[in-house]
Design a protein around this ligand. Structure first.
Ligand code: DAT
Length: 179
């Protein structure tokens, strides 16, 4: 049981259940441009509001204050029409989302992307390992109804285009069904 396993880890370790470099920001921003939905990057939001609770020395990154992030965003999420970009999802209330996409990147590609972002040593290893063990996908299926969680390949520009088209189709359909 992944959720229980995660709950047993201290907060600083929880932050490492992530896979950066899979293309979330690229996809999220482009999707917002094409659909008119609002794009929210949790990392940026936290930085702007200094929504942190301490600093993780081992991984050299600030520790997210999850409760304050949720409080900060709740009103906007209740209104709807928001794309949320983050490398984890079990901190968010289930009621916030109608659909969850988990982007997947082949390990060799991911390694190269993270290296070019300046990741080295343990941080690089841990993040690639997180993808190998499909940690985020498991977290998502534990946190949400499995039927709303979808995996999308994110290796090439063609994948990006296909993903955009697929998500836009879904958005249109959802809007039709709910109006
Ligand atoms: P994330 O937000 O998940 O950290 P990103 O959007 O910043 O990732 O992308 C990381 C790098 O990978 C960046 O140089 C753009 C590139 N990239 C993103 N999606 C891609 C795709 N589908 N094919 C090839 N490269 C991609």
């Amino acid at each position: 049981n992944v959720t229980r396993f995660n709950q047993e880890l201290p907060t600083s370790r929880l932050l490492q259940k992530r896979t950066p470099g899979v293309g979330k920001t690229t996809l999220g921003k482009e999707l917002a441009q094409r659909t008119g939905l609002t794009y929210v990057n949790i990392g940026d939001l936290a930085q702007e509001g200094q929504l942190y609770d301490g600093y993780d020395e081992e991984y050299q990154c600030p520790i997210l204050d999850e409760d304050r992030v949720v409080d900060e965003l709740d009103e906007k999420m209740v209104e709807g029409g928001v794309i949320v970009d983050y490398h984890g999802c079990d901190l968010f209330p289930e009621r916030w989302f109608h659909i969850v996409f988990v982007l997947r990147t082949d390990n060799t590609q991911l390694y190269t992307r993270l290296e070019s972002r300046g990741y080295t040593g343990k941080k690089l290893q841990d993040n690639v390992q997180c993808e190998i063990f499909q940690t985020i996908y498991e977290e998502a299926t534990e946190a949400y109804n499995e039927e709303i969680v979808h995996q999308l390949p994110s290796n090439t520009p063609d994948d990006l285009e296909r993903n955009l088209e697929q998500i836009m189709q879904w958005t249109e359909q959802w809007t039709k069904d709910h109006n």
